[in-house]
Design a protein around this ligand. Structure first.
Ligand code: NAI
Length: 344
């Protein structure tokens, strides 16, 4: 069994080598992303293993079919980078639905605390022996209202963390989670009410046609002045230009972004010493109340081991049994809500 592994980073190899060896699988690691131009590297392999910024569009899928590559193994949960409607019936798309919701939820809270308690500024100041506190006033999380969009695995862990801080939670989900709404501390509301009443808004829904630019000029206009926006989900949930304008207008009080709409061009790479071409990203990063991490929320030791274990098990299980519970669009469960009628 041979796997072509795209967009490899040094931290991928230790965990994947461990589980591949246990199953007698050989992995060829490519640093390049999977695109139309690089798909030919997959020739001769049984499966490709891809991450969030590999582009599995229709042209790539056609090439994989041509080369006889039947499996696309995502080593992540989100699958917005795969044209699922096109993939159905051509290649089998396997994913890792959950590897550590704690990793992402904890990173989200780390970013929030960093932002509102000005830790990023304090770290730099004290290294320069500047012990002044001017401009460092934060605010308590206790008693504040957090709006959580998407109450799946990560959203619910984040809600638990927020409840630990004594925060009130307003939740929104297209498919509410039974038993989460206690009528007092956690309440499901419509999106508009969430925008209007939340001091902090955190996005934990997938990127779909419904959620594309769910944070835009109109939704920001409905928010409280000074709202803090957290996005550790997918960049295109937020219209970055609208966010930048709202920060300049002092409407948004802070933004913590682990993802960015155009991140595929930059994130995971070292661009220090280069001139950044993306003016919106550069301007956002220059803001004192914006914190950007480069799609790092998942990156814990536990998550990396779980990702490798599940990815390899998915492939081995699929080859052995001809099916895998972590296949997208598996046994009547529509992964994309595509309503194409083509599934099943
Ligand atoms: P999940 O599938 O457990 O939960 C997603 C939730 O969003 C579900 O409850 C679903 O009903 C809800 N949802 C679907 N459509 C919606 C809509 N239109 N409006 C509101 N809610 C909607 O997924 P999980 O594991 O909680 O992950 C959430 C997202 O986090 C992923 O889609 C992925 O984009 C992102 N993620 C980011 C990582 C990072 O490193 N920054 C790592 C892992 C995931």
């Amino acid at each position: 069994m041979k796997i072509a592994f795209f967009d490899t980073k040094p931290y991928d190899k230790a965990s994947f080598d461990k589980y591949a060896k246990a199953h007698d699988i050989s992995i060829k690691y490519f640093e390049t992303k999977l695109t139309e131009d690089t798909a030919s590297l997959a020739q001769g392999y049984d499966a490709v293993c891809v991450f969030v910024n590999d582009n599995v569009n229709s042209a790539v899928i056609d090439k994989l079919v041509e080369y006889g590559v039947g499996i696309v193994a995502l080593r992540c949960a989100g699958f917005n980078n795969v044209d699922m409607k096109y993939a159905y019936g051509k290649v089998h798309v396997l994913r890792v639905p959950a590897y550590s919701p704690y990793a992402v939820a904890e990173h989200t809270m780390a970013m929030l605390l960093t932002s509102i308690r000005r830790i990023h500024k304090a770290y730099i100041r004290t290294r320069d022996f500047n012990f002044s506190l001017s401009g460092m006033t934060g605010f308590d999380l206790y008693g504040k209202t957090v709006g959580v969009v998407g109450t799946g695995r990560i959203g619910r862990v984040f809600i638990d963390i927020c409840r630990g801080f004594g925060m009130k939670v307003l939740a929104y989900d297209k498919y509410p989670y039974a038993g989460l709404d206690d009528g007092v501390n956690v309440r499901y509301v419509e999106l508009d009410e969430l925008f209007e009443k939340s001091d902090i808004i955190s996005l934990h829904c997938p990127l779909t046609e419904d959620t594309y630019h769910i944070i835009n000029e109109d939704s920001i206009a409905k928010c409280k002045k000074g709202v803090i926006l957290l996005n550790t989900s997918r960049g295109a949930l937020v219209d970055a230009e609208a966010l930048l304008n709202a920060i300049k207008a002092r409407k948004v009080g802070g933004a913590c972004l682990d993802v960015y709409e155009e991140e595929a061009d930059f994130f995971f790479e070292d661009y220090s010493g280069h001139i950044l071409d993306d003016d919106i990203l550069a301007r956002l990063i220059s803001m004192p109340n914006v914190i950007v991490t480069s799609h790092q929320a998942f990156l814990t030791e536990e998550a990396l081991m779980n990702i490798a274990d599940t990815t390899i098990s998915n492939i081995v299980g699929f080859v052995k049994n001809g099916e895998c519970p972590n296949e997208l669009c598996y046994r009547g469960e529509c992964a994309t809500d595509c309503k194409s009628g083509k599934c099943f």
